[in-house]
Design a protein around this ligand. Structure first.
Ligand code: NAD
Length: 506
């Protein structure tokens, strides 16, 4: 698509793509001048608006994604409210000037970090959580003092909704602008050189965005795909752990970046566990209707149905057993949840992100082996470890190579707005949410504050042999462990200060 065509895809309520970063750049200084408290007051109004308009939001998201109403209520609307409330309560402290200890060699000076806005943040979001992935990055970037340009996925644009909520909350239109369209629109905005790109989406697109941003040296946060493991040891309470596995694998009809995509169960309980999982899954309700008691909905996009179908075909060809859902026709977007066993570990469903309601179950026999198998992936987003032995669970959690681990729970790190969120390897890098995440949207400016006066620093010119010898002695005194370290340093420092007064070569 050409840039012109991309501009034409802009929706009736969307900002024009041409010049969108420039408009944001003009708005940015005014946002930066607001105090964090003033920005948080806007976020508080936004929280009130979201809460008041929650059913309308859920209707819109359900129509466009086909997810179950309760999924949207809990993961998207509740999640957004939680994130906004966290920002209101914590942004002020997280973004406050930070006092840093100043070393002895820089006596009399004060060291600080100032968390300043980057300027214009371009947020690009995927189709699976279109409300959460809109408001949380927008609110975080704004709280840090940035102007925001936001591009939703072309598959779930929720056209006009974000602008309308922001307008009700009193945001100036230029402070957060929304552009609509596909990847070409995103690419056109990156070429306008925003100061940061916050991307959530597939690893494939993440690579392209990084390559394009590299041309302009634009920093990128990349929140990408995953193949998250869940590890179940033999001492767990089976009913609860089965319920956790079903929720972790099937929420959002399996279309979550942190879904359980590989379930490892200790061999001594494997068969019992799988029977209980099959029973649990068989009792779930599923329909593409607005009913509040649907557990699962439909898949959001046809192309994701095709990915799941490809993984299912491959698993069947490789001799896997489908304990549920084996009669799915390969095209119906209401994909039934599938519990799959006897899957070879190099099958597509075992290696690539399936992003659908499948639960491949593998058996394991010991701790080191399961850690090695769980880590044997190009991804590294989140994981969960289940055991009554908390010491063992923590040991395994530490050994897993990923961005977040829940112990005896699932998808719980991402449900905690104070925890940073992000991955390793092909799951991307950077962190958002929590204090780390808020500072992601800042330029951490290092500052030394010194006084005016007649003092000439000892390390400034002119260099002399005498200074050289005194500096050597001071360096040795400073970096040699001794009870007299401070006293020696003080004496030598005073002598050096005396020399420093002679600022010119005679
Ligand atoms: P996608 O990569 O196809 O698209 C994501 C966004 O990028 C869309 O808005 C799309 O229009 C835009 N885009 C595509 N090409 C672009 C380009 N060249 N330049 C700029 N923008 C471009 O991803 P998707 O299919 O929408 O989402 C599903 C993927 O997202 C899954 O892999 C899932 O794991 C991942 N995801 C990750 C997280 C996380 O936080 N780690 C969260 C949700 C989803």
């Amino acid at each position: 698509m050409t840039h012109e065509e991309a501009t034409q895809t802009t929706g009736p309520t969307g900002a024009q793509v041409d010049g969108v970063v420039e408009r944001a750049r003009r708005a940015a200084p005014a946002i930066a001048r607001l105090t964090v408290g003033q920005r948080c007051a806007h976020l508080q109004r936004l929280r009130e608006v979201v809460l008041a308009r929650r059913e309308e939001i859920i209707d819109r998201v359900r129509t466009e994604t086909g997810k179950s109403r309760s999924d949207i209520l809990m993961s998207e609307v509740f999640g957004v409210l939680d994130a906004l409330a966290w920002l209101e309560d914590n942004a002020q402290d997280a973004l406050a000037d930070e006092k840093i200890p100043t070393p002895l060699t820089l006596m009399d000076k004060r060291s600080r970090v100032w968390y300043e806005p980057r300027g214009v943040v371009f947020v690009i979001s995927p189709w699976n959580y279109p409300f959460f992935q809109a408001l949380v990055p927008i609110a975080s970037a704004y709280a840090a003092g940035n102007a925001v340009v936001y591009k939703p996925s072309e598959h779930t644009p929720l056209e006009g909704l974000v602008e309308s909520l922001l307008e009700d909350a009193g945001f100036a239109p230029s402070h957060v602008q929304v552009v609509y369209g596909d990847g070409a629109v995103g690419s056109a905005v990156i070429d306008q050189r925003p100061d940061q790109v916050m991307f959530t989406g597939s690893t494939r697109t993440g690579r392209k965005i990084l390559a394009q941003a590299a041309q302009h040296l634009i920093p990128c946060e990349l929140e990408l795909g995953g193949k998250d493991p869940m590890i179940v040891f033999e001492d767990v309470e089976i009913e609860r752990t089965v319920a956790g596995a079903a929720f972790g694998a099937l929420t959002a009809t399996g279309q979550s970046c942190t879904s359980v995509e590989r379930l490892y169960v200790h061999e001594s309980i494997h068969d019992r566990f799988v029977d209980a999982l099959v029973d649990h899954v068989s009792r779930l309700t599923q329909a593409d209707t607005p009913a509040e008691d649907n557990d699962l909905g439909r898949m959001t996009t046809d192309f994701q149905v095709e990915v799941v179908a490809q993984h299912v075909r491959d698993a069947k060809d490789r001799g896997a057993t489908f304990r549920t859902g084996g009669d799915w026709d390969g095209t119906d977007p209401v994909i039934p949840p599938m519990v799959v066993t006897d899957l070879p570990e190099d099958a597509l469903m075992a290696v690539e992100e399936t992003f659908g309601p499948v639960i491949p179950v593998f058996r394991f026999s010991d701790e080191d082996e399961v850690v090695a198998r769980a880590n044997d992936t190009v991804y590294g987003l989140t994981a969960s470890v289940w055991s009554a032995d908390l010491e063992r669970a923590e040991r395994v959690a530490r050994a897993l190579r990923c961005g977040g681990v829940s112990v005896n729970n699932v998808m719980a790190t991402e449900a905690t707005p104070a925890l940073p969120f992000g991955g390793l390897g092909q799951s991307g890098y950077g962190r958002y949410k929590g204090v780390h995440g808020l500072r992601t949207f800042c330029n951490a400016k290092s500052v030394i504050l010194d006084k005016d006066g007649d003092k000439i620093e000892a390390n400034w010119y002119p260099y002399t042999g005498e200074k050289y010898r005194l500096f050597t002695k001071m360096m040795v005194a400073n970096f040699t462990d001794s009870p007299l370290r401070l006293a020696r340093f003080g004496v030598l420092g005073t002598k050096l200060e005396g020399l420093a007064k002679r600022s010119r070569r005679p």
